[in-house]
Write a protein that binds this ligand. Structure first.
Ligand SMILES: Cc1cc2nc3c(=O)[nH]c(=O)nc-3n(C[C@H](O)[C@H](O)[C@H](O)COP(=O)(O)OP(=O)(O)OC[C@H]3O[C@@H](n4cnc5c(N)ncnc54)[C@H](O)[C@@H]3O)c2cc1C
Ligand SMILES: NC(=O)c1ccc[n+]([C@@H]2O[C@H](COP(=O)([O-])OP(=O)(O)OC[C@H]3O[C@@H](n4cnc5c(N)ncnc54)[C@H](OP(=O)(O)O)[C@@H]3O)[C@@H](O)[C@H]2O)c1
Ligand SMILES: Cc1cc2nc3c(=O)[nH]c(=O)nc-3n(C[C@H](O)[C@H](O)[C@H](O)COP(=O)(O)O)c2cc1C
Length: 691
């Protein structure tokens, strides 16, 4: 009966209604019967039918819910102080830090009423952002920088408004704040978003409680966050500690280890492996929370057999899904872990792969479990499904994961070593043994065989959720309306421990089975992410495209679009495409297509740098220097310059070359050249899609 009540509760919560106690039995029968039919039908359609592309609806990937009790608590007790912790995140780190900060503030200060807020959920428009921010007295911002010094998707709306909000008198004088930025020093615009928000808050009159925190995930960002947080407590003691109260936290604060409630199900009771498909919310559009399961229509290798690397051309079939995209957009792909890693994980956890279970963030009576548990993934499902779809098994574990592992190690020496690695004193060991040697979670589990965390702890506190990977779409919907093309370089190589790192998504794509060779084709939940990497509205405007390796991807889409425009009679302006690869016999991807487009006048010239053919490296930027006068002439005619590919090396070097071209061609000083380049960027005529 326990499972049945649980089932009714989950339906109530999914539908947002309560059926009451008396209705249980009738509703249970009606719901189980109708849902069994629906589940069966959808599972049938999704599983292995040849007609799966029809009637496709979004999958729901749960997003954290925002509790509403804080406002009530503040109204009821005027001595309470509201604290808001905002986060801007792409891959969850900033959200984790925001929640950890909130938990510790709650534990330290009785009078604090703390709320963690996704910046996107805070307000529906600029006006509301302003009105609500004016009412905040104490706020913290955990914000990551992405793309080319850009905000995360969930901070984009807030950032655009807030960074441009310059008019009038300072209007945030009532606010005390702190900003912790998340970034990586190897990127050109290190922590730009955090810095801009910090400066702007200060400019608008808010009081900076603590210097800007410069988180760098090239090193140990958890340590940066801890150090920043430690600076905060003396400041918060002044604001949030009552005179008469005992000193804040006599013993050092230790965060509780998060744990889901786990319900084991009878495997014969009927699996809801594809239950995610049944949690439709009527939402007709697809996004990161509502991806759409699509088939792989085409998959082929782009490198020649002579190459010792791999780059895959993949086509997702969009027919019947209603998915729309524009040339230059990104596609997000939820891939699955490969079988060997899933099996290894189950072995290390000491659990059978066919174990059927579900995880819950509430108690049996429906009250929340507390802490800041991420929303559970859909269940019941087998452990195989949970490990394949939802667990990040290959990234190095965070320190908080080591603490949770230590708590479940039966061998005291192992527990001690794990605690040391996660401690301040073990900082150097952690950074060398875990981060430096790229030890995966699986490798760490294997090194501590007595650590056998229960599944509720494993999925809540040890293995982060497996995240979607993004790809620059390498097609144009005007050329292939029902397809999204992807050009994916296989991540495959040894790590310092000797493990061969096989990238999750690129390996999945490498092994994907296309519809063209089997009805049992591979499928993945996908969604489109719009981008501003777009061709000029007027096709006669000159364009310069620079994309070595997989950086070619969006330009293939650009060329397809120009081809269609040309066929339709448009007058195309001059277009240069700089491509780079190692050797023409190995990795000159899409060579035939590119030369054909050149012959047909879709581009004026294809310029290729082969880095490993001659005695010296030749890169796209060297070729750019050879064409400096032509590039500058095109830019001077209101032309656009696009760069795509590796952010850490190539895009930086290309930026420097562009700077040199401007300086030499215009005969101006270095700072004047930089101003010209900046202006190009500001005007949206120097666009970068780099990662
Ligand atoms: C906006 C955007 C657009 C993108 N477009 C494209 C595209 O068009 N084509 C494309 O191929 N990629 C593209 N990428 C990169 C892509 O999203 C994935 O990061 C890439 O495919 C690797 O994912 P994976 O799951 O295979 O590897 P993961 O499992 O994520 O492994 C890669 C990570 O593992 C670590 N690692 C450990 N050992 C190694 C090793 N020996 N070699 C490399 N990494 C190692 C690194 O930290 C690396 O980040 C894009 C990324 C972004 C953000
Ligand atoms: N973050 C991720 O998940 C991820 C995923 C895929 C790729 N990448 C990275 O992105 C980069 C591109 O990968 P790819 O497979 O598409 O391309 P690639 O085949 O590795 O490189 C394409 C060409 O660019 C050259 N190149 C290397 N450094 C350069 C620089 N500083 N300036 C200009 N050209 C340069 C290469 O030359 P040489 O090799 O001969 O030096 C090669 O000729 C790689 O660095 C790869 O590690 C990252
Ligand atoms: C594709 C990509 C682009 C990035 N761009 C930048 C950047 O321009 N500047 C920077 O400081 N950090 C950059 N980073 C690093 C992230 O900000 C850093 O990994 C951060 O910890 C992510 O936080 P999140 O997990 O909350 O999203 C980038 C990371 C990725 C994967």
């Amino acid at each position: 009966m326990e499972t049945k009540l649980e089932f009714v509760r989950s339906i109530e919560s999914a539908l947002g209604v309560s059926f009451g106690e008396d209705g249980d039995k009738v509703i249970l029968v009606a719901l189980t019967t109708s849902l069994a039919v629906i589940f069966g039908l959808i599972a049938f359609l999704w599983k292995r039918s040849g007609d799966r592309t029809k009637e496709i609806k979004p999958v729901v990937v749960p997003k954290a819910m925002q509790p509403l009790e804080e406002e009530d608590e503040l109204d009821a007790d005027p001595s309470k102080v509201k604290v808001t912790v905002f986060f801007g995140t792409q891959t969850g780190t900033a959200e984790g830090f925001a929640k950890a900060l909130a938990e510790e503030i709650k534990a330290r200060y009785e009078k604090a009423v703390v709320k963690v807020v996704d910046l996107d959920d805070y307000a529906t428009d600029d006006e509301q952002y302003k009105e609500k921010l004016k009412k905040e007295a104490l706020a913290f911002f955990m914000v990551a920088t992405y793309g080319d010094g850009e905000p995360t998707d969930n901070a984009a709306r807030f950032y655009k408004w807030f960074s441009e909000e310059k008019e009038g008198d300072p209007w945030l004088q009532q606010l005390s704040y702190g900003v912790f930025g998340l970034g990586n020093r190897q990127y050109e615009h290190f922590n730009k978003i955090g810095k801009v928000i910090d400066d702007q808050l200060c400019e608008q009159g808010a009081k900076r409680l603590i210097p800007f925190g410069l988180g760098d995930d090239d090193q140990c960002i958890e340590d940066d966050f801890s150090a920043w947080r430690d600076q905060l407590w003396p400041e918060l003691d002044n604001i949030l500690r009552d005179e008469e109260s005992t000193p804040a936290v006599a013993t050092p604060y230790t965060a509780a280890i998060l744990e889901y409630r786990v319900v084991i199900h009878d495997s014969s009771a009927g699996l809801h492996e594809n239950k995610q498909l049944n949690m439709m919310n009527g939402n007709a559009s697809y996004d990161i929370q509502h991806p759409c399961v699509v088939n792989v229509a085409v998959q082929r290798e782009l490198h020649t057999p002579e190459s010792d690397r791999s780059c895959i051309h993949l086509e997702f079939d969009l027919a019947g899904t209603g998915i729309k995209y524009e040339t230059g957009d990104h596609v997000g792909v939820y891939a699955e872990n490969c079988e060997e890693n899933v099996e290894e994980a189950a072995r290390l956890l000491g659990q059978p792969l066919d174990l059927t279970f579900s995880i819950h963030a509430d108690n049996e009576d429906g009250t929340p479990l507390g802490g800041s548990l991420p929303p559970p993934f859909p269940g019941p499902c087998t452990l195989r499904t949970a490990l394949s779809r939802y667990a990040d098994l290959l990234n190095p574990p965070k320190k908080t994961a080591l603490v949770a592992l230590a708590a479940h190690s039966s061998e005291p020496s192992e527990a001690e070593r794990l605690r040391f690695l996660s401690s301040q004193q073990g900082k150097d060991d952690y950074s060398q043994w875990v981060v430096g040697s790229q030890r995966s979670l699986l490798e760490v589990l294997a090194e501590f065989p007595s650590a056998k965390p229960p599944l509720g702890v494993f999925f809540a506190a040890i293995a982060p959720r497996l995240l979607p990977r993004y790809y620059s779409i390498s097609s144009s919907p005007r050329f292939v309306p029902n397809r999204v093309h992807v050009t994916s370089a296989l991540v495959y190589g040894p790590t310092p421990t000797g493990r061969i790192h096989k990238g999750v998504c690129s390996t999945w794509m490498k092994n994907a089975v296309p519809l063209e060779s089997s009805h049992e084709s591979s499928q993945a939940p996908v969604f489109i992410r719009t981008s501003n990497f777009k061709l000029p509205a007027d096709p006669s405007v000159p364009i310069v495209m620079i994309g070595p390796g997989t950086g070619l991807a969006p330009f293939r889409g650009f060329l397809q679009e120009r081809y269609v425009l040309k066929e339709e009679g448009a007058q195309l302006g001059p277009a240069l495409l700089f491509f780079g690869c190692r050797n023409r016999r190995m990795d000159f991807i899409y060579e035939d297509e590119l030369t054909k487009y050149e012959d047909e006048g879709v581009i004026s010239e294809l310029i290729v740098a082969f880095s490993r053919e001659g005695p010296q490296k030749e890169y796209v930027q060297h070729k750019m220097m050879e064409k400096a006068a032509q590039i500058w002439e095109m830019l001077s005619q209101e032309g656009y310059l696009y760069v795509c590919g590796d952010a850490k090396g190539m895009a930086r070097d290309v930026h420097r070359s562009l700077h040199t071209i401007v300086q030499e061609q215009e005969k101006v000083s270095s700072s004047e050249a930089e101003a010209v380049v900046k202006k190009l960027q500001m005007n949206g005529r120097y666009l970068r899609d780099v990662w």
